[in-house]
Write a protein that binds this ligand. Structure first.
Ligand code: KG4
Ligand code: ZN
Length: 356
């Protein structure tokens, strides 16, 4: 069964064709990074306009690349939440029109849960094994920083999230302060390799320090706004260069990575998770990938790190996850809505062994 997936929740227009949940036949992504770079962040109305232009071209390219005609498709899947509403509406309207024209089922997909699924796209058999569960996922992107727990029965809930900036925002805003351009994550990742991560002692938000225990209600929450302010004070309007810049960047990145990894280990311990998953755009970060691998080896849990091509937004994760929903008859109607936020109750994920 081949499913066409559509993704327009942020600044990537993406379409993919995936067979039976894991065989990626086409994965086309058109990025708007250059459009938004001048603003230092994604502008929702601009994103929607760019999606409108790119959507039909990207979808046609995915179909062509897959070698299938429209007649070879079994369903249309689309991200309908969470995300930027004007951007989501473009993908959802396109998917609705196509599903109606081809008389195919339409499947609305939760973008965040699809990021978790994307980590397994190259090894979907693991998702069929009860021993993989519970899964604790750290989903880190420009829009959110979440610790999610998924049980073998398919129940998903949020254990922790950021109380201010998302991890990706911390990278992007840090890069803006240091005049490194947008998006900040990749450039900070690269520069940090030549710096000393211990050069500056930046704060680790909501992590216990000696004499400063963390408020229990924030045990699994994140905060990055204090770190951003500390960077601002450290720089004090100067333009850093050379080794000093690399050292500051490496130290700033280390504060984010340390916090993400420490909270993930805590959440694994608290929840008794068997597998931890690292996914979302920030999961591309090489220092985070390395630190998470070391922590998993030390603490003795399995770690699945999403392949970089499935970390950032893509439609293969949407089309892949949708196959499980289709198998279980979880299809959407023509009134499929869009929503900016992740609901408090994540409901059931379709890909766990007991989810049906
Ligand atoms: O998941 P994603 O593509 O889009 C959203 O849903 O937000 O994530 C984009 C975010 C941006 O904030 C970007 O700076 C960050 O992921 N990012 C990285 C790296 N590559 C992308 N952050 C740290 N290190 C990277 N190598
Ligand atoms: Zn995303």
């Amino acid at each position: 069964m081949h499913i066409l997936g559509i993704e327009t929740s942020c600044d990537e227009t993406a379409a993919a064709v995936v067979r039976n949940g894991g065989e990626v036949r086409a994965n086309v992504i058109s990025s708007q990074i250059t459009t938004h770079a001048a603003y230092g962040g994604v502008v929702p109305e601009l994103a929607a306009r760019e999606h409108l232009k790119a959507m039909p071209i990207v979808a046609a390219a995915a179909l062509r690349e897959s070698g299938l005609g429209m007649a070879g498709l079994s369903a249309i899947a689309v991200t309908n939440h969470p995300g930027l509403v004007p951007a989501l509406l473009v993908g959802v309207s396109f998917a609705k029109g196509l599903a109606r024209r081809l008389n195919l089922p339409l499947i609305g997909i939760n973008h965040t849960l699809a990021h978790v699924y994307g980590a397994f796209l190259d090894q979907t058999a693991r998702l069929e094994q009860p021993a993989t569960y519970p899964i604790l996922a750290l989903a880190v992107s420009g829009g959110h920083t979440l610790l999610l727990l998924i049980t073998a029965e398919g129940r998903a809930r949020v254990l922790g999230s950021t109380i201010d900036d998302a991890a990706g925002e911390a990278f992007d805003k840090g890069a803006k302060i240091l005049s490194l351009g947008y998006p900040g994550g990749p450039v900070i990742d690269r520069l940090a390799k030549t710096g000393d991560p211990k050069a500056v002692a930046f704060p680790r938000g909501l992590l216990p320090r000696s004499g400063h225990p963390v408020d229990p209600e924030n045990r699994l929450n994140f905060s990055f706004s204090g770190l951003k302010t500390a960077l601002l004070y450290h720089v004090k309007g100067r333009t850093l260069e050379g080794q000093e810049l690399a050292d500051v960047v490496a130290s700033y990145q280390a504060a984010i990575v340390d916090t993400l990894v420490a909270k993930t280990v805590l959440a694994v311990r608290d929840s008794g998770a068997r597998t931890a998953v690292l996914c979302g755009g920030v999961a591309c970060n090489s220092a985070l990938r390395e630190a998470a691998r070391l922590a998993a080896a030390r603490a003795g849990f399995d770690l699945v790190v999403a392949p970089p091509k499935y970390c950032t937004d893509n439609a293969a994760m949407i089309a892949g996850m949708a196959w499980h929903a289709l198998r279980r008859g979880q299809v959407s109607g023509p009134d499929l809505h869009v929503a900016a936020r992740l609901p408090a109750d994540l409901g059931r994920v379709p890909f766990a062994p007991g989810a049906g």
